[in-house]
Ligand binder design. Structure first.
Ligand SMILES: O=C(O)CCC(=O)C(=O)O
Length: 289
């Protein structure tokens, strides 16, 4: 369980790191399965529904950047997403009725793992209320030099910045009001087996991996069941199959939250990495040269 200090920290700052949530045996199992997927990625040369590839990926030297929807592809990831220790913790933050609304495994390989530009998850999937968060399960120690999550404490209570450029959604902040150099940027360092949590409106991003250690972060998005996506629900059964705890409802809870709709989509979609290549002034890619 989270202590009162931890829940108060999350509410004030919009993020939290919790160590020792998974055992090292569970982490080892996740790593083993992940290595198998890296091997499988040798068979593809382009992004697919499962694999997002780093530039320079070849069958001989696979460079897997993201495994998309991992819980759909292996029971070990699915079990992690339903893990009682994780659900018990987030129930204290978003309430006991929980739906998952997305999952991915971001791999920042040693030496070249790609950055993620500053963004707010809320810009990708606005809902009727903002009781949503993302949990990052650390498969490796996550440190500043291997590209840990960077956050701006308290930003989950601020504005939703423009993520559009040239009339399309580019998945990263393109807004003159936002300058990370003027903000207090905090690295979220967590050991393998620990988790990071960040509020859906939190300003966050991460730099390239410049270390010789990998940084694999298994991300699960969760929301209160009565938070409904503003872009609509097209498949009632699939929507409710995502419920982790609690019962379906026909009554979304509406609260006055600032929103932007991620439309029209960019042609280059598929993953946050791809859509962010359309940004005219990236922060981390520019710094990486
Ligand atoms: O992997 C990371 O460092 C950031 C992930 C993230 O923010 C995302 O995929 O939306």
């Amino acid at each position: 369980m989270l202590t009162k200090t931890q829940t108060a920290f999350y509410k004030k700052n919009g993020y939290l790191a919790v160590e020792n949530v998974l055992t090292m045996d569970e982490v080892e199992e996740l790593r083993r399965v992940t290595d198998e997927f890296v091997e499988k990625s040798r068979s593809v040369t382009q992004h697919t529904d499962v694999f997002d590839l780093e530039p320079g990926h070849t069958p001989e030297a696979p460079r897997l950047r993201r495994l998309k929807n991992p819980a759909h592809h292996h029971p070990v990831y699915d079990r992690a997403m339903r893990h009682d220790r994780i659900l018990d913790l987030i129930a204290q933050l978003i309430g006991p009725s929980i739906r998952q609304n997305g999952h991915k495994l971001n791999m920042k390989s040693a030496g070249y793992g790609s950055p993620v530009e500053w963004h707010q998850d809320w810009a990708f999937y606005p809902h009727t209320n903002d009781d949503l968060l993302a949990v990052g399960v650390c498969l490796d120690d996550m440190r500043l030099d291997n590209g840990c999550l960077l956050v701006i404490p308290g930003s989950h209570k601020g504005p939703i910045y423009n993520h559009h450029q040239n009339g399309v959604f580019v998945g990263g902040i393109a807004d003159p009001r936002f300058n990370p150099d003027r903000e207090r940027v905090v690295p979220v360092e967590v050991k393998a087996g620990g988790i990071s949590l960040h509020h859906v409106r939190m300003l966050h991003g991460s730099a390239p991996n410049v270390s010789n250690a990998p940084r694999r972060l298994l991300l699960f998005q969760y929301c209160a069941i009565d938070a409904w996506p503003l872009t609509g629900v097209s498949d009632w059964k699939a929507f409710n199959d995502c419920i982790m705890r609690g019962e379906p409802t026909h009554q979304p809870r509406l609260v006055p939250v600032p929103v932007r709709i991620p439309l029209p989509p960019a042609e280059r979609g598929g993953s946050i990495y791809e859509v962010q290549t359309l940004m005219e002034q990236p922060v981390f890619r520019k710094k990486a040269g």
